[in-house]
Structures are given as structure tokens and as C-alpha cells.
Design a protein around this ligand. Structure first.
Ligand SMILES: [Zn+2]
Length: 314
């Protein structure tokens, strides 16, 4: 028989052992899946040390045409929260949710944003090169307007609080601080655009990723490839753009990180417009690159635009 002192020691040790798994659970991070790199960055900013984020379409990846992997299905199955863009950006997501038997809450980051119509040449009723009618399709690239990014952040904050109520104060404080940074970013972009002469606020990109940017900030972008990277630009569209660049003396064409550079290089060569550099439209760069976060991406893009468009003709 153990004496009284030994018994107390045993009980105390037992209590410590019983408490250990509880402590481990309290430190466990909330598993979150983000569909693409920009959302992954947003979730990391707001969730910080309380979340463990898996991003499905990583740096420089094209979320329009993604094929999920078995590892993605596993991440989905273990996620408590799944953050998607919506506006039919991730066409592959519905199937992935079903096939992975995901049980986490799906938060649509664009909830509350009024979708913009497609650029003029793809308006409902007009059929594309493949005979598809895009009627009813909204432009998914809402993050290109910083005012919309603020709505993404509010939605992500609320989804994190719902999934992990104990972190409410942390998520609210992180969101408030980040929203202030977004206000400053919005002001910087507007100031940079104001420095570009009004008649030079026009350029070419390979796909229509900048519809929201155009409307918010007033630089006009024309794209031969349409709103998704899924369809190839037709020779007719490319010819039309080359004629337009020459006729309207459009100063620059920009390469995008998610699309093949060949098309833009051809347009530059045949129209005489200069290549204004590489911009990041639908995905961040690697962390060490020039667009490792959303804020870095927007700053990089506007600096490229200002550099190429800002000065008058050489
Ligand atoms: Zn896109």
C-alpha cells in the first residue's frame, strides 16, 4: 500500500498527465485552406499565429485552370475553414469539396461585393471564339480594387471568429491594423495614377484581370485573352489589338505572371509598343519575389505602370 504522501504525489502526477492533452489542444492552430495565394496572404495577416494556412493554388499559379492534387483533397478534409474567392473564379472548387468530403465551413471572400460586368467585348449576348455565351458571368478579379480587398478582410475576420471564437480579440485587432494599411495603399495607388498624364493611362495586359482596377483607379487596360485564361486569344483578337495599339498610340504592354509571355511579346513586336514589365494579376510571387504579399503586389504593379506610362514619349 502506498503511504499518504506517495498517494498525493501519484494523484498530482495523474492530474498533470490528464491536463497535458488539454494544453496541447489549446495551442493547436486552426486549420484553414485558402483557394489561392492572395487569399492565403489575407488569412495569414488576420489569423497570424492562431491559424495554419494551406494555399491550394500557390505563387504564380493560375487559379482559372487549376487541377487539384490528392494532397489538396487531404488538406480540404482536415480544414475547419475553407476560404474561396467566389464569382466563379475557382470552377474546380465545388467538385473538390465533394470529392474530399470536406466538412469545414466555406467562406466566400467576395460576399457583399457587387460583381462588375465583364469588359465590353464580352458582354452578355456576345459569343466568344468557342461559341460560348458569357451571359450572367461576373468578373472574378475583385481584389484588384483595394476597397474590395477591405471587404475580403472583413469577411475573413468574421469567418475566423465564427470558426474560433476564442481568438475574437486577436482577429479583430489584426484586421483593424491591416485595414489601416489597405487605406494607405489605396491612397498611394491613387496618387501614383494622378502622376501619370491622363492621355497615357492606357495599356495592354494578356488577360482581363484589371476590370476592377480600371473602374477604381482610371487606368484603362485592354486584353486579347478575355476575362479567363482558359480560352486562347484568337488571331483575329490579336490582330485587332495590334491595330488598336498603333492607332491609339497605347504606350505599353505588360506581361502577367500567370500567363504565357508569348502573346504579349508578339503584340509588342508587331505594334511597336514597349514591354512595361511584369505585373502580378491573379497570384502572388514567391515570398522572396517582388509581390510576396497582396500589399507588395499592388505596390509593385502600380510602380510598373507608373514607370512605363508616367513619362511622356522618349
Ligand atoms: Zn484572371
Amino acid at each position: 500500500m502506498p503511504n499518504r504522501r506517495e498517494l498525493v504525489a501519484c494523484l498530482a502526477a495523474g492530474l498533470i498527465l490528464a491536463a497535458a492533452p488539454l494544453a496541447a489542444r489549446a495551442q493547436e492552430k486552426l486549420p484553414v485552406v485558402a483557394s489561392f495565394s492572395i487569399l492565403g496572404d489575407f488569412v495569414r495577416e488576420i489569423g497570424a499565429e492562431r491559424v495554419s494556412v494551406t494555399t491550394l493554388v500557390g505563387p504564380n499559379g493560375d487559379a482559372h485552370v487549376y487541377s487539384p492534387t490528392p494532397a489538396d483533397a487531404k488538406s480540404m478534409a482536415g480544414a475547419k475553414l475553407i476560404v474561396v474567392n467566389g464569382f466563379k473564379f475557382e470552377g474546380w472548387m465545388t467538385r473538390l469539396i465533394k470529392s474530399s468530403a470536406a466538412k469545414g465551413t466555406v467562406a466566400v471572400a467576395t460576399t457583399g461585393i457587387t460583381p462588375q460586368a465583364l469588359p465590353a467585348e464580352e458582354e452578355p449576348g456576345k459569343k466568344d471564339a468557342h461559341g460560348h455565351d458569357h451571359a450572367g458571368r461576373e468578373d472574378p478579379h475583385a481584389w484588384q480594387n483595394v476597397a474590395n480587398a477591405k471587404i475580403y478582410i472583413a469577411n475573413i475576420r468574421d469567418a475566423l471568429i465564427a470558426a474560433d471564437p476564442a481568438g475574437k480579440a486577436v482577429y479583430e485587432a489584426n484586421a483593424t491594423a491591416y485595414l489601416a494599411k489597405l487605406d494607405a495603399l489605396d491612397g498611394e495607388i491613387k496618387a501614383a495614377v494622378a502622376r501619370i498624364p491622363a492621355d497615357r493611362r492606357r495599356a495592354i495586359t494578356s488577360h482581363d484581370a484589371f476590370g476592377y482596377f480600371i473602374k477604381a483607379y482610371g487606368i484603362d487596360f485592354i486584353a486579347p485573352q478575355g476575362v479567363s485564361t482558359e480560352a486562347e486569344a484568337s488571331a483575329k483578337d490579336v490582330g485587332r489589338i495590334i491595330r488598336q495599339v498603333k492607332a491609339e498610340k497605347i504606350p505599353a504592354v505588360f506581361l502577367e505572371n500567370v500567363t504565357n509571355p508569348r502573346l504579349i511579346e508578339q503584340i509588342a513586336k508587331e505594334s511597336g509598343a514597349r514591354i512595361g514589365g511584369r505585373v502580378y494579376s491573379d497570384a502572388l510571387s514567391e515570398a522572396s519575389g517582388p509581390a510576396g504579399t497582396y500589399i507588395a503586389m499592388m505596390k509593385h504593379n502600380i510602380s510598373q505602370f507608373e514607370k512605363a506610362l508616367g513619362a511622356g514619349p522618349a
